[in-house]
Design a protein around this ligand. Structure first.
Ligand code: SOE
Length: 392
């Protein structure tokens, strides 16, 4: 059995998600492509690093990411830091011959995203795998939607309507973390969650060519939280807390034109009371429609034009053992999967790619392309015009 050593950087919410994925991977996927040893976990805050070492069963911990990237024993580097740290770590790790999985958005600036894509392109011939964590495209219902599209069941795709709505920052007393600071995050909602639906829309309907957008920041000042780990709205701070300005977008709405002639709309906000992880995708084609909502992620709704007039309408397909990786997850219909299983599927595909040497669809080059779409959305909001997604 092959063993790979993991070094993970950033022990907050996403660090936990990666650890769940890594440790559950051989439990769900057996025989596993390789076994993983949790070698070193890094966090700039020593107490957090030490606690995470115990909690996630790592052998060692450190506070400087270079200790992971320069360690010849590490095979996999998992980047779960705030966005502005991604590029330096990823480029150094790829150059040191490590396989890298990096949280999205790929970077906090287009220049950094380009640097990462170039480093990944240079090292891919040596079988080095890069992966940007766009795991929602692996939801079995989304994979089923893609199958219907590829088989031609929807006919020609005409219209794609997507949302990513969350509520965790809707309260103005929910604290300002790095996610609300341009210098660290690069952008707000567009990079943090809009990028996920851009990825899914492009996976299903092809690349986006042009966008016209409106971008707003309604809550432009928030109380500042202590510590680097984003509390994601789980605490509220009062009027007496120190306040700082939010300098990123908290809502964006845009129309899109796809390369293949389809059109659509995308909307993203983290301030929508009542919408918690409301990733919706509705696609209309000449032969039918599909609808997906992550809040019911084990379901796909389909409607076929060929059904008789008196019984045409959406029907629900429940995903399970018969669908994407359903044999590996839970083999009784209705058991259902959630976020943890998705992160496990992502880690399985990543480790499988490392062993086979075959790159994954959301490698760093794709991460950079998604970043260019996000950047074009922000640009269009400034010019008020349709803008073309920039070439590399
Ligand atoms: C916060 O909006 C967040 O953690 C995002 O950063 C993730 O990408 C999303 O999947 C869940 O919400």
């Amino acid at each position: 059995m092959k063993y790979l050593n993991v070094g993970l950087i950033g022990a907050g919410f996403m660090g936990k998600a990666h650890c769940v994925g890594f440790s559950n991977m051989p439990k769900l996927f057996w025989p596993a492509p390789a076994m993983l040893k949790m070698k070193t976990i890094c966090d700039i805050e020593k107490d957090i690093a030490e606690e995470a070492k115990i909690r996630f069963s790592f052998e060692k911990c450190c506070t400087d990411w270079r200790d992971i990237v320069n360690d010849p024993e590490i095979d996999i580097v998992s980047i779960c830091t705030p966005n502005n740290a991604h590029a330096d770590i990823a480029v150094a790790a790829l150059e040191a011959g490590k396989h890298v999985i990096c949280e999205k958005p790929i970077a906090s600036s287009l220049e950094d995203a380009k640097r990462m894509a170039e480093a990944a392109a240079k090292t891919k011939d040596q079988g080095i795998i890069s992966l940007c964590a766009y795991q929602y495209r692996d939801v079995p219902a989304i994979v089923l939607a893609k199958k219907f599209i590829n088989e031609g069941s929807l006919g020609k795709i005409l219209n794609v309507r997507c949302t990513y709505l969350q509520s965790w920052s809707a309260d103005p007393d929910s604290p300002l973390s790095w996610r609300f600071q341009k210098e660290i995050a690069g952008s707000g909602t567009i990079g943090d969650i809009g990028s996920h639906v851009i990825d899914i829309a492009q996976y299903l309907a092809g690349d986006i060519k042009e966008v016209v957008s409106t971008v707003n920041t309604y809550i432009d000042n928030r109380p500042v939280q202590e510590g680097g780990v984003d509390l994601l709205g789980t605490v509220k701070l009062g009027a007496d807390a120190k306040h700082e300005d939010v300098d990123v977008d908290d809502e964006n709405l845009f129309l899109v034109k796809f390369e293949n002639g389809a059109v659509g709309s995308i909307e993203a906000t983290r301030n929508a009371w009542g919408r918690n992880n409301f990733i919706t995708i509705e696609l209309h084609g000449t032969a039918g429609s599909i609808y997906f909502n992550y809040e019911r992620l084990n379901e796909l709704q389909v409607c076929w034009a060929s059904d008789p007039d008196d019984r045409r309408g959406f029907k629900t397909i429940y995903t399970g053992p018969a669908h994407f990786y359903g044999d590996a997850t839970w083999n009784i219909p209705g058991m259902n999967i959630g976020y943890g299983e998705l992160k496990t599927i992502e880690m399985f595909d990543f480790v499988k790619a490392i062993v086979s040497g075959e790159q994954l669809p959301t490698n760093f080059e794709r991460g950079y392309q998604i970043e260019r779409v996000c950047d074009t959305v922000l640009k269009s909001a400034k010019t008020g015009q349709w803008e073309t997604v920039t070439e590399e």
